[in-house]
Design a protein around this ligand. Structure first.
Ligand SMILES: [Zn+2]
Length: 184
């Protein structure tokens, strides 16, 4: 076989491999909230999606492994029994699905409008903490979600942005008198 043909065959194999792996990578990406079998408390875990995807090329059964856990590095040597929960229902424990489900049908604590369906890669809604400050999801640890859901209120993205400006640049924001109660 000539060199160009070998290269072409390798590229074709690479493309086929990627096509086979991508669906598995999609299934196993993202942070998940599980109950740690040892503590019975929430733990945030990530699946080794690349390892899971590579099993499509072998005869081995798809044995999942963790890539990260909120209890690591202290408990990095654990038996990873929580993977059973992921194998049973991997979609339900996906943090982005849990968050989207919590917001579904809820109304913003400031403007009173229904929070739009959460799209994880777009403008995400935020939370209103008990101290009156809005909190972005990037500042919330996934393992703290159950507590956050019981103590915080939903806030739409627009109001979260306005709140940030009101808090940081009160000199450039004029809040209409009839809305002042919302921003105090
Ligand atoms: Zn709002």
């Amino acid at each position: 076989m000539s060199v160009p043909l070998v290269l072409l065959a390798l590229v074709a194999l690479g493309v086929i491999g990627a096509i086979l792996m991508i669906p598995v990578l999609r299934v196993y990406r993202g942070t998940r909230l599980v109950e740690c079998p040892e503590t019975k408390l929430p733990a945030a875990v990530k699946i080794d999606a690349v390892r899971a995807a590579l099993t499509v090329f072998g005869d081995e059964p798809s044995r999942l492994r963790l890539a990260d856990c909120s209890r690591w590095p202290e408990k990095a040597g654990c038996g990873q029994e929580c993977l059973g929960e992921v194998e049973r229902d991997g979609a339900s424990c996906l943090v982005r699905n849990i968050v989207a489900e919590w917001y579904r049908g809820k109304f913003c604590a400031f403007c009173g409008k229904q929070v739009p369906e959460v799209k994880w890669n777009e403008h995400r809604p935020a939370l209103l903490a008990p101290d009156g400050v809005t909190v972005s999801w990037k500042d919330v640890k996934p393992e703290g979600l159950p507590d956050v859901f019981s103590t915080h209120k939903p806030v739409c993205w627009d109001c979260h942005v306005v709140q940030g400006v009101v808090r940081e640049r009160p000199d450039v924001v004029t809040v209409r008198p009839d809305r002042k109660h919302l921003y105090s």
